[in-house]
Write a protein that binds this ligand. Structure first.
Ligand SMILES: Nc1nc2c(ncn2[C@@H]2O[C@H](COP(=O)(O)OP(=O)(O)OP(=O)(O)O)[C@@H](O)[C@H]2O)c(=O)[nH]1
Ligand SMILES: [Mg+2]
Length: 424
């Protein structure tokens, strides 16, 4: 973006409205974002400071009169100056405390939005940290008290989660020209701030306000935002976890069929990777429903992978069996076994196939099932061969017997002839 755009503006009835065009710009950002928002009293150089952060001379409009300039919240997306692959989103807000406007609710809304939307919040003030500035900041902390995170404090244990939604806080003191010395000793900026804050203990108040509002809350606006945010984040976390699982398991498919124990242990390992990825992203999945949903989805996917692995094992076993049994099938086709003793030959061939198959396919977990199915099919052939064999053998016996009878008869005749008509 070469210039800022209006992100949130105020409608004529005073309601805030998000600009669709700004949303589209945000949707197009694929990189992680760092959101820096500036808040502070009007005419304190907020827009100027944001332009400095952008490293540009021009950008957010600056006012040259005492009239407040910036209205609503303006946004500027730029490449992060130091973190490559990250987008810096600058939010310039409408100045607080403009008496002419006289609408405190509007100030509250602008401030709450800045807190909720930013990862770093700059509180901009002008001049030295005197009691007036501290008072001003106190006004801001009072505004922050309007942020409610939870309607009841039953979930105080989850307050850590809410902290995720509170930005880092930076207090920018502008046009500061005094020497940093207390009692003649040089001091650092932080020491000066601490010294200044002792005056009214604002920092403590600010910290207390954050913690108190986090664990108990005062106004309902944020709870809804947090719930909505949790829903979005948790759904994205489930999706991310599932993607981790699926992409790893898809890679594994190339080596299917796997032994069942290998497949299961890989599933467990990849499953825990998916859970870790979920945990990293998930937010306030207090009842564990999202994690459960991820586990259910993973388990469904695993069923699918098991099925595919089974099919692959079955296919491999079938291929092996069909190549081993090819000669026997050929013989069957040509009626090789249709002969007396054919059944014995068939049984012997079948036994050979079984032995070879068992020694070559012993690792396939579907081997046994496939063999059983094969033998079941072959038992039909086997019965037919046995029957034919018995019939043929019977017939042959009959023929043999008949032949024998003829031979015997001929022999008898011959003997009789010899006996009755001996050769002299
Ligand atoms: N000397 C000096 N002038 C500044 C500084 N920052 C801003 N200004 C000037 O002060 C005027 C107001 O600055 P803006 O940045 O528009 O102030 P703002 O806080 O954004 O004002 P609103 O949007 O009306 O709330 C401009 O003319 C700036 O050039 C600074 O650090 N030093
Ligand atoms: Mg401004």
């Amino acid at each position: 973006m070469n210039k800022p755009v209006c992100f949130i503006d105020t409608e004529s009835d005073g309601k805030l409205r998000v600009q669709q065009s700004a949303l589209q710009i945000l949707q197009q950002i694929q990189q992680p974002v760092v959101v820096v928002a500036v808040v502070g009293l009007y005419r304190t150089g907020k827009s100027y400071l944001m332009n400095c952060l952008a490293g540009k001379q021009k950008g957010f409009a600056l006012g040259s009169t005492v009239e407040s300039k910036t209205k609503g919240i303006w946004m500027w997306c730029l490449p992060h100056p130091t973190k490559s692959g990250t987008t810096l989103v600058l939010l310039d807000t409408e100045g607080l405390g403009d008496m002419d406007k006289g609408d405190q609710r509007h100030d509250i809304n602008i401030f709450c939005l800045a807190v909720l939307l930013s990862s770093t919040l700059i509180y901009n003030s002008r001049g030295t940290i005197d009691s007036k500035t501290v008072e001003e900041l106190q006004c801001v902390t009072e505004l922050a008290e309007c942020i409610k995170v939870k309607s009841s404090d039953e979930d105080a244990d989850n307050s850590r989660d809410f902290v995720k939604f509170f930005p880092n806080f930076i207090w920018a003191v502008r046009d500061f020209t005094l020497e940093l010395k207390i009692d003649g000793k040089d001091i650092t900026e932080d020491q000066y701030l601490e010294f200044a804050l002792k005056l009214k203990d604002v920092l403590g108040h600010l910290a207390k306000m954050y913690v108190d509002t986090i664990s108990s809350g005062a106004v309902p606006c944020v709870e809804n935002a947090v719930i909505a945010m949790a829903k979005i984040e948790n759904e994205a976390a489930v999706k991310e976890g599932l993607e981790v699982y699926q992409s790893e398991m898809e890679k594994l498919k190339n080596s299917f069929p796997l032994e069942l124990k290998d497949l299961t242990s890989k599933h467990q390992h990849v499953g825990s990777m998916a859970t870790q990825s979920f945990m990293k992203r998930s937010f306030r999945d207090t009842d564990g429903n999202n994690l459960k949903s991820l586990e259910e989805k993973i388990s469904k996917l695993f069923d699918g992978y098991q099925c595919q692995n089974k099919q692959a094992s079955k296919r491999r076993s079938e291929d092996l069996l069909s190549s081993l049994s090819a000669p026997m099938m050929e013989k069957l086709k040509h009626g090789f076994y249709a002969r007396p003793g054919g059944y014995d030959l068939f049984c012997k061939d079948l036994e050979d196939i079984k032995n070879k198959y068992n020694s070559q396919a012993n690792k396939e977990f579907m081997a046994e099932e496939v063999l059983e199915e094969f033998l079941k099919q072959k038992s039909v052939d086997s019965k037919a061969i046995l029957q034919a064999d018995m019939q043929l053998t019977e017939k042959e016996k009959k023929i043999k017997a008949e032949r024998q009878l003829v031979l015997d008869t001929d022999l008898k005749k011959f003997r009789a002839a010899v006996v009755e008509d001996p050769i002299t």
